[in-house]
Design a protein around this ligand. Structure first.
Ligand code: LCS
Length: 406
């Protein structure tokens, strides 16, 4: 009888946690070793040839790392996974493995800045061409595809514009045009969105964010949907060298167990904050997939099991007022990154997306006035009070300035 799929939280707690044969340790042991002894030359040769099971060298695989990879594979509904030293190492390993001179990729214009810059600035030196377009309108993807296009790379929800791209529609385009569809699922996580189930080929994550969830590790992962991709990427990662350290892998695996608990709490806080922002006179605009006025509500309903915990907004008075707000908040921390238990606020144009050219940033909707709020797990009332006080301060100042006779 087919085994029924267990609940997400059950899998998150138990996946990749095989019983420890030596002592029965309930937590996966940390195999903090760079290399593994062979019993014989023939056994070593067999491991290198792939005819003997067992580990060789931690860059090529490690049991603690494998436990984390098994867990994420299961949660994403993939075939296999490869954990990496950072989200960027995961992304660059995919590009390094699949792109070549003369090939062209189409990508989301408002991706995490370095995911785009690495292609436009570095891979271009090796003859790789790219077009980054607004993939929230899939007709832009079709228009950008060339005969030499081999990859479609999307991020949804997008960092930091919180626009969405229709994964199912991208799957159809990718199948039609023979492209590899790669989805950065960092913002949604497998709790809220499973791109491989929708037909994507490969999923990447910055595990630095929600999967680890505690702002104490930098890590990434690549999830594949076929054995062929897994083998190619395993070899690609071995040569690229961006493997994860076993201790970091163990920390991420520990964080992963509470992903559902953390993200549901953060999401509920984000919903309350989006309502506060929506109603506050100091706020010019807000974008959050959970808000009734998000322009892609239908897609949110179809593609996601929840709106997530990151939102963006702009205040009246533009960047100057935004800076005051970001420096006035007390509980929210002025810092880049997201997906941790603590609420973070940042200014993408001068921080996370500063490496993009100004025109490219503006064209992608990453305006100077955009503020990103990555909501954490604090008590809702405290977060609301913190943001409301900072916004009230802006309104008071705005009224004072408006009321000052010239
Ligand atoms: N993908 C997304 C969607 C990201 O947001 C980030 C990092 C990465 C990939 C790269 O992951 P990393 O190498 O940092 O693990 N995003 C950041 C951000 O928004 N603030 O600081 C880092």
């Amino acid at each position: 009888m087919a085994k029924e799929r267990r609940g997400f939280d059950t899998e998150a707690v138990h996946a990749g946690t095989p019983p420890d044969p030596l002592f029965g340790a309930v937590s996966v042991p940390i195999y903090q070793t760079s290399t593994f002894a062979f019993e014989s030359v023939d056994q070593g040769a067999g491991r290198f040839a792939g005819t003997e099971p067992g580990y060789i060298y931690t860059r090529m695989g490690n049991p603690t790392v494998a436990a984390l990879e098994d867990a994420v594979t299961l949660l994403e509904g993939g075939h296999g996974a490869l954990a990496t030293s950072s989200g960027m190492a995961a992304i660059v390993t995919v590009f390094f493995t699949y792109l070549q001179a003369g090939s062209h990729m189409v990508g989301t214009d408002s991706v995490y800045g370095p995911s785009r810059v690495v292609v436009e600035k570095y891979f271009s030196r090796f003859g790789v061409e790219s077009s980054f377009v607004d993939t929230s309108d899939v007709s832009n993807i079709r228009a950008a595809i060339r005969p030499e296009t081999t990859m479609l790379y999307i991020e949804t929800p997008e960092n930091p514009t919180i626009r969405l791209t229709d994964i199912k529609a991208c799957t159809e385009i990718a199948e039609d045009r023979g492209l590899l569809l790669v989805v950065d699922n960092t913002f949604a996580t497998p709790l809220l969105q499973r791109p491989i189930e929708l037909g994507a080929d490969i999923v990447v994550h910055s595990m630095t964010k929600f999967l680890n969830g505690h702002a104490d590790v930098v890590a990434g992962i690549i999830v594949t949907s076929t054995d062929d991709q897994f083998r190619k990427l395993r070899a690609g990662l071995n040569h690229h060298g961006g493997c994860i350290d076993p201790h970091q892998a163990w920390l991420v695996h520990r964080g992963l167990k509470t992903l559902g608990l953390r993200l549901r709490q953060a999401q509920s806080n984000a919903m309350a904050l989006s309502e506060l922002l929506h109603d506050h006179p100091a706020v010019e605009w807000v974008r959050y997939p959970g808000a009734p006025d998000h322009p892609q509500r239908d897609l949110v309903e179809r593609q996601m099991d929840g709106p997530g915990a990151v939102l963006c907004f702009g205040v009246h008075g533009g960047l100057a007022a935004g800076k005051r707000l970001m420096e006035t908040v007390q509980l929210a921390t002025l810092a880049v990154s997201l997906g941790g238990v603590e609420t973070l606020i940042e200014h993408p144009a001068s921080m996370t997306h500063a490496s993009m050219a100004h025109e490219a940033r503006e064209a992608a909707g990453i305006t100077d006035g955009l503020i990103r709020l990555a909501v954490g797990c604090e008590a809702e009332a405290d977060l609301l009070a913190d943001i409301a006080a900072a916004l009230d301060g802006l309104s008071d100042q705005h009224l004072e300035t408006a009321g000052t006779p010239s």
